[in-house]
Design a protein. Structure first.
Length: 671
């Protein structure tokens, strides 16, 4: 499916930063209203914005030592008609402060879909702060097709205009404006725009203007954390809303920042309507694409011939569609939304998300199993209050169960049926019922305990300090997917030898390995597990008359450094996304070593640290000649307020106490 509207021109659609003085802000707002519509911006300029006023907002670089640029103007003017046609004009004026910003601002690219859009570059120029023009236009401009990648290719009717500027340097201003004209929206009346007000740099003026017919239902708008109010005027049959603000300080990023925060200001809007309008439209496109031809039915019978149960049948169909139908994104015109027929997939052997989901659903329905398409966004972040097809770029399938639905992504060939890729878990989607109506859903999330990994090393140490034993790594949930991806293709003998050597020496210097046992990552029934024999790795060395056992799992000392880094930051503003700290996972590392007779270990103290961010525990035991060491991390989910950063710092410092790098061993002849 096509890419959603880019929040990158959340910049070219955020709030037009207006003057620092109240009279100037008011004059711009009134100017838009006086036109009875949004200002019409051409290559001759913007009648509602004075260039001299904008350029006079340049800053002293000495006042912004940590910033490479300052935005003088971030401007978006949106004019929509009831049928979804219209224009979106964006202007960006930036002051270059440092050399590291020169290269990025010397090159520009603008993508568009020529089958339904027209893109016009109104101007791109480089100026001095006093407004003197250094270059009136780009040195080089090229329009070309967007090439399809060889891996996971995307075929789309998109073109890109590239422009190279000359004269960009610290102390200069880059000023550009472009207009996108929507000629024929894929779904009549559909539009969507996201606009960032806050930026990662100082913004002097920001404005967003929305101009729609007065007799059209008001477009729904989601405003987040705005410290100002928009102004709406109705004149000559047009409703014009202007969001304007100025003097916005830089918003600095913070570790583990939650998306749900009261810091970032944004505006998001869409066409009026309901989700049922979107699903009814999609249902109309897909309704005749579920028919199965005799060839497809014959293949389906072959695929399910050895499936004894309903669940086995679903898994067989899932494996066929996910793995035997190659993924190729075909987003040509309306084909970006309309699936191809199952017979075409069987003939060509490839399809994209909507094609594969449609084939899967059609096959299950033929066998009397309820299944439905679900519109989702592959990157998440759908705003439920804004019903627009532009919010979606992906399609998965839902299979009816006694308890609800099982969701599956047919483009992921290594995700077993019953699991969802992590990026989709917990995300919002819209299920398209059989009659075209909408069912809003929130996809399930795996419990933290399901995302588990175990690394286990077990063996014995000889009198001369050499370790021989076994290495084992297994995973479920997130970790299973990582292992499956690593072993999707069969290794040749050279690759196996290299992996054997790397795994063995990763834990013990000078070790060799053999008997590497892998699994087929595409065998969805196989356990995600790797084993290896480790032979004669140097585990014990003598230093200053002591026998030192090098701990193969490393030290937790890094958490002390992380705690110090967090403590050195400015007072925190963002709430904390707990799932980013450790991850919603459980990780266990276990070492079991048989020591030579009579050897004893000076055991470090165990560490146990529990907080709202998770749990860490280490244990050190010796029973007889067996030395056993375990470390376990368990993460958590949730969002905590900014002041809980002190708890996170304290937790890190508790974990950092387990700074064991080696263990001293004593032998009877040492006495």
């Amino acid at each position: 499916m096509p890419s959603p509207a880019s929040p990158a021109h959340a910049r070219a659609a955020a709030t037009l930063l207006l003057s620092l003085t109240l009279p100037c802000v008011a004059s711009v707002v009134m100017s838009a209203a006086a036109h009875a519509q949004a200002p019409v911006i051409t290559s001759q300029g913007d009648p509602s914005v004075s260039n001299d006023t904008i350029y006079s907002l340049v800053v002293d670089p000495a006042d912004h030592p940590d910033e490479s640029t300052v935005i003088l103007l971030d401007d978006g003017v949106l004019r929509y008609e009831a049928d979804g046609t219209g224009t979106r004009t964006f202007r960006y004026v930036v002051q270059i402060l440092k050399d590291d910003a020169v290269e990025g601002w010397s090159e520009h690219s603008f993508g568009f879909a020529p089958d339904h859009e027209k893109l016009t570059i109104n101007w791109i120029r480089v100026l001095r702060p006093d407004g003197t023009v250094i270059s009136e236009e780009p040195t080089l401009v090229q329009e070309s097709d967007v090439p399809a990648a060889m891996r996971s290719p995307i075929y789309t009717e998109r073109r890109v205009i590239r422009a190279s500027l000359s004269g960009v340097a610290p102390g200069t201003i880059v000023d550009y404006s472009y207009t996108r004209e929507e000629l024929k929206p894929y779904r009549t009346g559909d539009f969507h725009q996201f606009w960032l007000v806050s930026m990662g740099t100082q913004v002097q003026r920001s404005r967003l203007v929305l101009d729609v017919p007065a007799d059209m239902p008001a477009p729904p708008v989601v405003e987040k954390n705005l410290g100002f109010q928009p102004k709406t005027e109705v004149v000559n049959g047009r409703r014009v809303t202007t969001w304007a603000v100025g003097d916005l300080p830089r918003v600095r990023t913070e570790p583990f920042a939650a998306d749900s925060n009261d810091v970032i200001m944004s505006i998001e809007l869409s066409s009026p309507g309901q989700w049922s309008d979107v699903t009814s439209w999609y249902h109309g496109l897909a309704a005749d694409r579920y028919a199965l031809t005799p060839d497809v039915l014959a293949k389906l019978a072959e695929v399910t011939a050895n499936a004894p149960s309903r669940e086995d049948t679903i898994r067989a169909v899932h494996r066929w569609v996910a793995q035997d139908i190659r993924y190729v994104s075909v987003s040509l015109g309306l084909g970006g939304y309309q699936p191809r027929a199952p017979a075409e997939l069987l003939k060509t052997g490839f399809g994209d998300c909507k094609d594969k989901a449609t084939l899967f659903i059609a096959a299950l329905r033929h066998m009397g199993i309820e299944a439905y398409p679900v519109l989702v966004n592959s990157g998440g972040g759908v705003t439920p209050e804004l019903p627009s097809i532009s919010q979606f770029d992906h399609l998965i399938a839902a299979v009816r169960t006694p308890d609800g639905y099982t969701y599956t992504d047919l483009t992921s060939e290594i995700t077993p049926y019953g699991m969802l890729p992590y990026d989709l878990q917990g995300e919002y989607g819209v299920l398209v019922r059989g009659d075209g109506s909408a069912e809003e859903i929130r996809m399930p999330m795996d419990p933290v305990e399901r995302n588990a990994t175990l690394t286990r090393i077990a063996g014995r140490v000889s009198e001369d300090g050499l370790f021989s034993g076994t290495y084992e790594e297994s995973g479920s949930g997130i970790f299973e997917m990582s292992l499956r991806e690593a072993f999707m293709t069969r290794m040749d003998s050279t690759q196996r030898a290299q992996m054997t050597r790397n795994l063995a020496t990763n834990y013990f210097t000078g070790a060799s390995g053999d008997s590497l046992v892998l699994f087929d990552g595409k065998d969805l029934q196989a356990e995600a597990r790797v084993t290896l024999n480790i032979i004669d790795g140097q585990a014990v060395s003598e230093t200053a008359g002591m026998r030192i056992f090098q701990f193969p799992f490393g030290s937790m000392e890094g958490f002390l450094n992380a705690a110090d880094e967090l403590a050195s930051r400015d007072p925190r503003r963002f709430p904390i996304d707990v799932s980013q700290v450790i991850g919603p996972t459980v990780g266990t590392a276990e070492l079991v070593v048989e020591l030579p007779a009579g050897w004893t270990a000076r055991l470090p103290s165990a560490v146990s640290a529990t907080s709202a961010f998770g749990h860490y525990a280490s244990e050190y035991h010796q029973v007889g000649n067996e030395l056993r060491i375990t470390r376990t991390f368990q993460g958590a989910r949730g969002v905590l307020p900014p002041d809980r950063i002190t708890e996170l710092i304290a937790w890190y410092r508790e974990i950092g106490k387990d700074n064991v790098r080696f263990i001293v061993l004593e032998a009877p002849d040492d006495l």
